[in-house]
Every structure is written in structure tokens, then in C-alpha cells.
Design a protein. Structure first.
Lengths: 203, 203
DNA sequence: GTCTATAGGCAGATAGAC
DNA sequence: GTCTATCTGCCTATAGAC
């Protein structure tokens, strides 16, 4: 969800990343071209190759920026919210914001194309998932300590379940059900997971 | 799960579907070509166009066959198994079998490429998801009746959560964690969902 | 049904002028 | 940094012979 490039003053490289990011999140890495970006940016393909020698380098930069922005958002949640359910709700909100632009999670859609991607991109995608699982594990562990999550389950398994559930909800919702469906699926996931300690589900 | 084309005697059309199906499930619809299939089949691209005029028609046939095969598998579960958890375990097993060949669910990977697909394929993908949700809803409703699933949640929401969770688990697992991760995520989902009526989780 | 041959387009990428 | 021009290769698709 994190804000993409700010106001008006942004270099060609940054604007390229903004456009490429959107194209990948909507259409996938194998379904956009340098020509698409060049047209939208009003420059030539050759100029694009000056900033990003090949598609692989562009992909690397895309993931690196997305990953850093997502990590920032997670730190923001830790800073501003207390309580397991509040943090998890905010986490779901991150995904909702992405889906609002008819986009899929960048690393989620790249995971679908995983077999066709260069090694450097593959490794960075894995790191994105690991970041998310690590953060979720701290939140789940907190939840087990404060009694809002059942203490019998393995926090790592619960974290995987949450990540997978939300990535899948985005994937399916873009074809079938849209934002409303994503949100009901996400809410159901959290409701099923958390024994309402103090938070009251809205229905 | 669903057996692909049987023994030795299969026409060109059927063998084309077998190969195309695998290529799509592994690489995606936008990352395979008629040339890939022709080479593997030992025929020319022109022959392929005789059987399937364009990629859209091939895609339609792919989804139709996959959907029918999946529906058969669901009927098989209903025929052979009783008990909510047993049916749900078998459902997860269907997905595990797909993942074993490093494949993603056909309609899951197509959902990632949704924006780039022809209308006919889009509609068929949605129908696949609806089939699954309808079946899951009957199982969840059964589970609420027999006490193995909490009766307070909406069966439709729980069905979405299950479908989304498994599609997402496949998506992520192919990049990170593989079959083992898919299975632990799937088990965690079912364990969280079902209040162990009689089935004992393996840990 | 399967082939040869080919069309026409677009992909990613590079050389070299400004 | 950005351009023009161009290369090479692959893509989907078609015509027409066998």
C-alpha cells in the first residue's frame, strides 16, 4: 500500500519504477514491455535501457523498493498500534490498499511466474516472504502471550497460514469478488484465528 | 489427483492439452508458446492451429477439461468419504497432488494473469472458483451440523477462506517451502477451522 | 491431419550521434 | 540522458500442397 513516488519531482528512473510496478502488479512480469513504459513516460525504449540495462535489473529494483516499503509499513504498525488484533487488522489493511488499485501483491504475482524469472528476482521474492513471516511470527507470539491466540499451535505455522490466506485472497478476489470478497475472507481468517479477547467482530 | 490422459492411445488434441496444461501450470499462460508444444510433441505449429485455432481456444479447452476433472474428484470425495475433516483433508490432498509436479492450480495461476486473458477464459476461471466454493459450502454446512465446525460463522465466508488459503499456500509454496510448507499451512488451516471432534491432529 | 513456407508484428537489446 | 536507427529472434497466425 505504501505511498508510491511522491509529488511532482521524480527522476526518470523513479518514474519508470512507478509505472513498471503498476504494470507488473496488474498484468504480470511476462506481460509488459519496455515499449509499454516508454509510451506512458513519453520517452524511448533506448532511454529505459540506459537506466535499467535489462528486464532482470528492472525486476530486481522493483522488488527491492517494494520490499523496503513494505518493511517500513510493518515498522509503522509496530510503532503506532498495540494489541494483536489491531496489528493484524492493519496488516490486512496493507493488502486491501494494494487491491484497491486492482493490483496484486507484487511478490505474489511474481511468485506465480516464479519458474520464468531470473535467479536474482527469485531470491528477492523469497526474502520478501521471509520478512513477512518473521514479522507475523512476532505478532502471533505476542498474541499467544496475551491470550488472544490459541497457545497450542506453532507460531510459524500460523504465520504461514495468514500470509498464504491473504495472498490467496488477493489472487482469487481480483478475478472473483473484488475488494469486498478479499475483506470478508481476511476478516474470517482473523476471526477464526483470534479468540475474541476484547475485540468484538462486527457481526 | 485427477489423472491426466491415460495410457498410450491418445489423439493429438488430447496430447496437446496434456502438454499445454503442464506448461501453463508451471510457467503461466503468457510464458508458453505453440512452438514449445510442437517441439515436445514432434509436430509443427501449423498442426496445432488445426486442432486449436488460437491460444484463446486452447485456453478454453484447458480450463473446461480441468474444471470437469476437478468436479469429478469432488464427487469422488462425497462418494467415498464421510466426516467433515476427512472430506476436507481429501480436498487438501487434491491440491497437494497438483503441487507435487511443481505445478500450481491451473485456475490459480490463470487468476494471476487474469487481466491479460480473453473474456471466455475469464468467465470459465470464475466458474471454477464458484464450483469449489459451492462444494466447500456443503461440507462446511455439514461440519456445522455435526459440531466439528463452529456454528457462528457464515459457511460462505469459511469456504472462501479455505479456497483462498489453499490457493495462496500453493502460490507461495512453489517459491518458498515447497510441498512440505503447503502441507503444514493446509493442516494448520484445517486445525484452526475444525474443533477436533474426533480427529486428532498429528502433533 | 500434417506438412512447408511465410507473413507481420513485437519482443529485448545495442551502437552511436547529439 | 535521451535520441534515431537497427538487429535478431520469437511470437501468433495463415495459405496452400500432400
Amino acid at each position: 500500500m505504501p505511498s508510491r513516488t511522491h509529488g511532482s519531482k521524480a527522476g526518470t528512473a523513479e518514474r519508470t519504477l512507478d509505472i513498471a510496478e503498476r504494470l507488473v502488479q496488474v498484468r504480470g512480469f511476462n506481460a509488459f514491455s519496455y515499449a509499454d513504459i516508454a509510451t506512458e513516460l513519453g520517452i524511448t525504449k533506448a532511454t529505459l535501457h540506459y537506466h535499467f540495462p535489462g528486464k532482470a535489473e528492472l525486476g530486481d529494483a522493483l522488488i527491492a523498493r517494494y520490499r523496503a516499503r513494505f518493511a517500513d509499513a510493518l515498522r509503522g504498525i509496530d510503532r503506532e498500534l498495540v494489541g494483536t488484533r489491531a496489528k493484524l487488522d492493519a496488516y490486512v489493511g496493507l493488502y486491501s490498499a494494494v487491491l484497491q488499485g486492482d493490483r496484486m501483491c507484487l511478490c505474489g504475482i511474481l511468485a506465480a511466474e516464479y519458474e520464468t524469472l531470473p535467479t536474482s528476482m527469485r531470491e528477492a521474492i523469497i526474502e520478501f516472504f521471509e520478512d513477512n513471516e518473521a514479522w507475523l511470527t512476532t505478532v502471533v507470539t505476542l498474541g499467544q502471550a496475551d491470550g488472544s491466540i490459541s497457545p497450542t499451535a506453532d507460531p510459524a505455522h500460523l504465520s504461514q497460514m495468514i500470509l498464504d490466506g491473504l495472498e490467496g485472497a488477493m489472487l482469487v478476489a481480483r478475478a472473483h469478488g473484488g475488494l469486498a470478497r478479499f475483506q470478508s475472507s481476511g476478516r474470517q481468517l482473523l476471526d477464526t484465528l483470534t479468540v475474541s479477547a476484547s475485540t468484538t467482530p462486527e457481526r
